[in-house]
Ligand binder design. Structure first.
Ligand code: NAD
Ligand code: UGA
Length: 477
């Protein structure tokens, strides 16, 4: 089956960039990205390309090239499903908040809603592709919903038929376009070779054939969860070692270099930090934990849960350490927070370590001035569950406001350090690497501290200032 028309349900961090790259690489395929969220759709259609709902280097150029040629964003869900030969489901699958499996299992209500929409509005033969990250055997749920609609094929109506494929997405935010253009692999799980081949043919437009892996559908679903679990496990491993380095006088960067040189271990994903964030690691591991418990494997569940537990402990460890270094109290102290996104090059704050760390510091009555040039203060308000004191600080002059347990926001680094007691680097944005600390130290209140949770500063540079310095995993500081 040659695919000419694709509908992607979900115009989020995955649906938007994935379909943009697909549109650029397959100019002969019409691609409709549909979403319930009208505001999001409007932003994708915005003339101001700086206003796209997702910030990814390289994305705006692709959207500019393809939008309204073969790439369309709308809320015309029914109509676009009907026209499509292939429907990608790329909707959110967060952790369930209540009911059976609350706190661990994925909430599949959005996926189920999509399956029902496809069952109702599709016509002819439709290949349904799971792009969202899903628990193993979700394809079974989708299939049984689609099967019901087949039963309704009656009279003169053309026959509806379906295939279901799993095609999980492995992109990382911040490098999504590069990851999509040059993926390590594309994974396609399914039962019907014709359907698998139809999707392979699309990817072959730019991905070398040897990088396209085909598996059975359950292996594909499980491989996605396992991949994220392995990556997160490496981060918890190195973060646990960072604490041990600080206690013993070792240096975590040196340890990481030494172990990463072993080709069996490899050097990637060994950067210690404030704890992993992002919308997926925690939710996908908890999903794996739930599945393991469900299938009667408590030891397997406990092993993976410990990765998340370590991450939570690590974030709290950092805020406690800051409080201790500042004489055990943050009351009447100004702390500058550099970075709120869960990593650099994204505007996404979901599960960002900054959220827990900032909440802990506010709980200690600190006054925070938060800087992030890509995250909007409205998002920070939602994440901290606390209103900003003043979103329009003039020249960062905050001298006249009452501050304890409050926060302000700025996109301007000048003046931000005035009278600050400490600076905490939480996201590794490039601009923070070139700050002149010798100059900054003159404006801070002594004894002033820098806490570098991303290990991006050079201790030699800091020594030139009179600032106290803590860098994650450096036991000699
Ligand atoms: P997101 O929340 O950014 O986007 C999901 C979109 O789906 C939302 O805009 C929502 O309005 C829309 N939606 C939900 N139900 C709908 C329906 N019935 N009809 C139309 N639109 C609907 O989520 P995301 O970050 O793009 O993640 C999507 C999936 O991809 C998740 O399963 C996630 O685990 C997985 N994933 C995410 C990433 C990532 O980097 N964010 C990477 C790989 C995989
Ligand atoms: C991650 C995976 O890397 C993707 O392959 C996957 O598709 C995606 O999850 C998903 O399923 O959502 P992402 O969350 O965008 O991608 O970003 P990562 O680069 O993996 O970073 C996750 C978190 O780990 C960030 O907070 C980052 O700062 C932290 N991290 C990463 C470290 O602390 N150290 C490292 O060495 C690497």
């Amino acid at each position: 089956m040659i695919i000419k028309n694709i509908c992607c349900i979900g115009a989020g961090y995955v649906g938007g960039p994935t379909m943009s790259v697909l549109a650029e690489k397959c100019p002969n395929i019409i691609i409709n990205v549909v979403d319930l969220n009208q505001e999001r759709v409007n932003s994708w259609n915005s003339n101001d390309l700086n206003n796209l709902p997702v910030y990814e280097p390289g994305l705006a150029e692709i959207v500019k090239n393809c939008r309204n040629k073969n790439l369309f964003f709308s809320n015309l869900i029914q109509e676009k499903i009907k026209e499509a030969d292939m429907v990608f489901i790329s909707v959110n699958t967060p952790t369930k908040k209540k009911g059976l499996g609350a706190g661990k299992a994925s909430d599949l209500k959005w996926v189920e809603a999509c399956a029902r929409q496809v069952a109702q509005y599709s016509s002819g033969h439709t290949i349904v592709v799971e792009k969202s990250t899903l628990p193993v055997r979700t394809a079974e749920v989708i299939k049984s919903i689609l099967k019901e609609s087949k039963k309704q094929n009656i009279g003169e109506m053309p026959l509806k038929t379906f295939d279901v494929l799993s095609n999980p997405e492995f992109l990382s935010e911040g490098s999504a376009i590069k990851d999509l253009l040059i993926p390590d692999r594309v994974l396609i799980g399914g039962e019907n070779n014709d359907a698998i081949n139809s999707l392979c043919e699309i990817y072959k437009n730019w991905v070398p054939e040897e990088k396209i892996l085909t598996t059975n559908i359950w292996s594909s679903e499980l491989a996605k969860l396992t991949s994220n679990a392995f990556l997160a496990q490496r981060i918890s491993s190195i973060n646990s070692i960072s604490a041990l380095c600080e206690a013993t006088g070792a240096n975590v960067k040196e340890v990481a270099r030494a172990i990463g040189s072993d080709s069996r271990i490899g050097s990637k994903f060994l950067n210690t930090g404030p704890g992993f964030g992002g919308s997926c690691f925690k939710k996908d591991i908890l999903n794996l934990v739930y599945l393991s418990e469900f299938f009667g494997l408590p030891e397997v569940a406990a092993f993976w849960e410990s990765v998340v537990n370590l991450n939570n402990w690590h974030q709290n460890r950092i805020s406690k350490l800051i409080t201790k270094k500042l004489f055990g109290t943050l009351s009447n102290k100004k702390i500058v927070i550099l970075g709120f996104a869960f990593k650099a090059n994204t505007n996404d704050t979901r599960e960002s370590a900054a959220i827990q760390i900032c909440k802990n510091l506010l709980e200690e009555d600190a006054y925070l001035v938060i800087h992030d040039s890509k995250v909007a203060y409205k998002q920070i308000e939602v994440d901290l569950e606390k209103k900003v004191l003043n979103s329009h600080l003039t020249n960062n002059d905050d001298s006249k406001i009452s501050k304890g347990g409050n926060w302000n926001y700025t996109q301007d680094l000048s003046g931000i350090f005035n009278d600050a007691d400490a600076v905490v680097i939480l996201t590794e944005w490039d601009i923070y690497k070139s700050i002149n600390w010798e100059v900054v130290s003159k404006f801070m209140r002594s004894p002033a501290w820098i806490f570098d949770t991303r290990s991006i500063l050079s201790p030699i540079d800091i020594k030139k200032s009179n600032l106290n310095f803590w860098q994650i995993g450096d036991g000699l500081l």
